[in-house]
Ligand binder design. Structure first.
Ligand code: FEO
Length: 400
């Protein structure tokens, strides 16, 4: 029998653990995930978010460990994506008097499209509040964090922010709180989540964060992963840092190779960057997933992308990566295109075109090498990269 977990007296986690999820929209979730729902028991009873549909029974069991589900008055649907709304029909089937609180107009429109026009909707706007008795729920819309309908729910009496997708991590664990698990792993998974889901909406995140600044937050209860109980301030700091999209002195070298010429170029570029004190993450796409590459790109100043020429274009692995990169839209970065060819340099040229269309600045012509690489050719690449970095980066301070 699945049980609820208490956050504070009267407030419970009643979500589901998905130990087996390994791919979330093409993003690898090597540690699974959770779909967090929360129950607030007061004179009125509110369920905040639900679970992905296959997990509805697990969630209903947890709810039933605290209350009779038929007594739920409000179902707060912070976001219509089916990992959070999928169990809405199952809840309404057992809670006939429940009203579905959602953002207006986007939340109402999405929920009607997904679950029909007959839903008992209670649309709210930013600043609206709902009294449950001793506790209040305050709603703030956060459009595009992660869909147009998103909102967060703040309970001032408990100082808990129910943040839905924001501050989430894809991390399945039997523990519910950040101080019960390895914090470094929570941060790593939160960063991967930000880079792969939220990065392209960073402007909207910055706006949402400015709306949260006045709140005295004790806990951030997201819709995925563990609850930020001891490290809520850190979670806010991390989102402030990541949403700034400010690059660090880091680089990513990412490539595929057929006969090792592009690989030799990748190694040379990585060595040249490291020689300039730039921290390098190095990814051969034969052995690494694009979602892990994106985590490194979140704070990388330089992104070097290489492909040999195959069928008069770049390799499909590199094309897939560049398509994904363009969608996630990191801004203000320097790109370096490189690759080998036999009779026409289409691979590196297409990489350069894709990087430019993704918004990268490419101060160097693509490095193109025919057939094989020789020492002089590699040295020329090395010297060009070193010159680029030394030109762009400030001289290290001597401490005086
Ligand atoms: Fe976790 Fe946008 O859904």
């Amino acid at each position: 029998m699945a049980k609820a977990v208490e956050l504070t007296p009267g407030v419970y986690w009643v979500g589901a653990i998905d130990w087996n999820e390994r791919n979330f929209h093409g993003y690898t979730t090597e540690r699974g995930t959770t779909y967090n729902a929360y129950l607030v028991v007061d004179e009125k009873i509110a369920l905040i978010d639900t679970c992905k549909a296959p997990f509805s029974e697990q969630m209903m069991e947890r709810i039933a460990s605290i209350i009779d589900p038929s007594t739920i008055d409000y179902l707060i649907a912070n976001h219509g994506e089916p990992d959070h709304s999928g169990s809405l029909p199952a809840v309404l089937a057992r809670a006939p008097k429940a009203q579905v609180v959602c953002s207006s107009p986007q939340g109402a429109s999405i929920l009607k499209a997904l679950y029909g026009d007959e839903l008992p909707l209670y649309p709210v706007k930013s600043g609206d509040t709902l009294s449950l008795g001793a506790r209040t729920l305050c709603f703030t819309t956060t459009p595009m964090v992660h869909w147009p309908d998103n909102m967060v729910t703040w309970c001032p009496e408990e100082r808990i922010l129910f943040s839905n997708d924001a501050f989430g991590q894809h991390l399945a664990t039997s523990k519910r709180f950040d101080d019960e698990v390895d914090l470094a792993e929570v941060i790593d998974q939160a960063k991967k989540y930000y880079a792969n889901i939220v990065m392209c909406y960073s402007a909207q995140v910055r706006k949402a964060l400015s709306g949260l600044r006045g709140l005295d937050i004790a806990m951030i209860a997201p819709a995925h992963g563990v609850i930020w109980r001891s490290n809520a301030a850190l979670a806010l700091e991390l989102y402030t840092e990541w949403s700034s999209l400010e690059p660090r002195n880091n680089a990513v070298v990412v490539f595929d190779s057929m006969w090792h010429t592009t690989e030799a170029m990748a190694e040379t570029i990585a060595e040249a960057l490291a020689e300039c004190d730039v921290a390098v993450d190095y990814y051969d796409l034969k052995h690494n997933h694009i979602s892990d590459v994106m985590t490194s790109i979140l704070q990388a100043r330089y992104v070097a992308v290489g492909s040999p020429t195959l069928n008069m274009t770049m390799m499909p692995t590199v094309a897939e990566f560049l398509c994904y990169l363009k969608g996630l839209a990191p801004k203000g970065r320097t790109g370096i295109a490189f690759g080998s060819y036999g009779w026409a340099p289409a691979g590196p040229n297409d990489v350069a075109t894709s990087l430019e269309s993704a918004g990268f600045n490419l101060p160097l012509e693509p490095f193109r090498r025919q057939w094989t690489e020789d020492a002089a050719g590699l040295e020329a690449i090395h010297d060009a990269v070193v010159a680029l970095v030394r030109d762009e980066l400030p001289e290290p301070s001597d401490g005086e």
